[in-house]
Design a protein around this ligand. Structure first.
Ligand code: AMP
Ligand code: MN
Ligand code: MN
Length: 321
């Protein structure tokens, strides 16, 4: 076995009850990777629970076991033999309920691909740069000698497809495609999954896109573009926080734009999503505001008013151009 996986495999073999933790405002990678691993661990006879601070977005509820991902309150007071966080860049990204369960576990581990990860678990499998945590989970399943089935394949495909922008971003490398090829070989309906995850949208989401795009501002000769979504926009459109998915890419895909930011009033503060073209490093920008992420896709949460946050982010982006 590749020695990367020895400590985690032995922790898994030694554990009976295992908790899998996804990050707040879950995406396809944290959901798909956790659910693929859940199914693998169940096949090994483990007692597996999955938790997340926020509910699984509708576009991922078709994944096997998505209905078993619970809020940490439903597991409060339980001490698991092993807790594994998946695609969680730092402990703050677990949310307080999941962080308490993580701290109460007898052993902790994590699987992640964020370069800013501070290695907060007993066992840390972190590889960066890497397209998706789903690539690491694929390796882990091989190390555990769990065969792929159609449902595992569907979860891992969604994990890798979503974190690579449906295989169109610079991080869509050979490893990402080889995971996809293996998954497709298991025979799931790629057209149906792709349409559900990337194309189909409820009316309220399309209205929210309209609200966000009408807030568009550019600066630095059109190279920095920002858009905002307020609490009021969510209410007026009848949309949910997960419905902001995709907006930052529309802003980013405008001609001239080198750095795009979407700022959303979500939960406790303003959630910022940043995207850049090489060589501009937006993780450097997000770190200035206590966040993290990857060089070309990063984020942070700010505790200021929406327009004030927009000004600060735009200024920080202009500064690195
Ligand atoms: P998003 O814009 O939410 O799609 O996030 C882009 C990337 O930045 C993802 O890889 C996230 O894991 C990372 N990221 C987003 N927000 C934060 C944060 N507050 N702290 C650390 N990393 C973040
Ligand atoms: Mn993620
Ligand atoms: Mn990821």
């Amino acid at each position: 076995m590749n020695e990367t996986w020895l400590p985690l495999c032995s922790s898994i073999h030694d554990a009976q009850s295992i908790l899998l933790i996804s990050h707040i405002f879950p995406d396809g990678d944290t959901c798909g990777s956790a659910l693929a691993l859940r199914r693998a661990l169940l096949s090994l006879g483990k007692d597996v629970a999955c938790c997340c601070e926020h509910s699984v977005p509708d576009i991922y509820t078709m994944l096997d076991g998505a209905d078993t991902i619970v809020h940490p309150d439903a597991l409060a007071g339980r001490a698991f033999d092993l807790a594994i966080s998946i695609d969680v860049a730092d402990e703050g990204r677990m949310g307080s309920g999941c962080a308490a369960l993580f701290a109460a576990a007898r052993r902790t581990a994590q699987i992640d691909h964020h370069g800013t990860n501070p290695c907060y678990a007993d066992t840390n499998v972190i590889r960066s740069p890497l397209s998706a945590t789903g690539v690491l989970v694929t390796e882990l399943l091989d190390a555990l000698e769990v065969p792929f089935d159609r449902k595992i394949a569907e979860c891992l495909y969604v994990a890798v497809a979503t974190d690579t922008g449906n295989f169109k971003q610079a991080n869509a490398d050979a490893a990402a495609f080889s995971v996809a090829a293996r998954c497709i070989g298991c025979g799931f309906d790629i057209a149906a999954i792709s349409r559900r995850v990337f194309d189909l949208k409820p009316v309220c989401q399309v209205k929210l896109f309209g609200a966000a795009l009408s807030s568009l501002q550019t600066s630095h000769g059109g190279e920095v573009a920002t858009a905002v979504v307020s609490r009021e926009d969510f209410e007026r459109c009848g949309a949910k926080p997960e419905h902001t998915e995709g907006i930052v890419n529309i802003v980013f895909n405008m001609e001239q734009v080198k750095i795009a930011a979407l700022l959303v009033e979500k939960g406790e503060g303003v959630k910022v999503s940043l995207r850049s073209v090489a060589p501009y490093d937006v993780a450097e920008v997000s770190r200035q505001f206590g966040g993290g992420g990857h060089a070309m896709a990063a984020g942070c949460t700010m505790q200021t008013d929406l327009e004030e946050a927009r000004r600060a982010i735009a200024a920080a982006c202009e500064a690195i151009l």
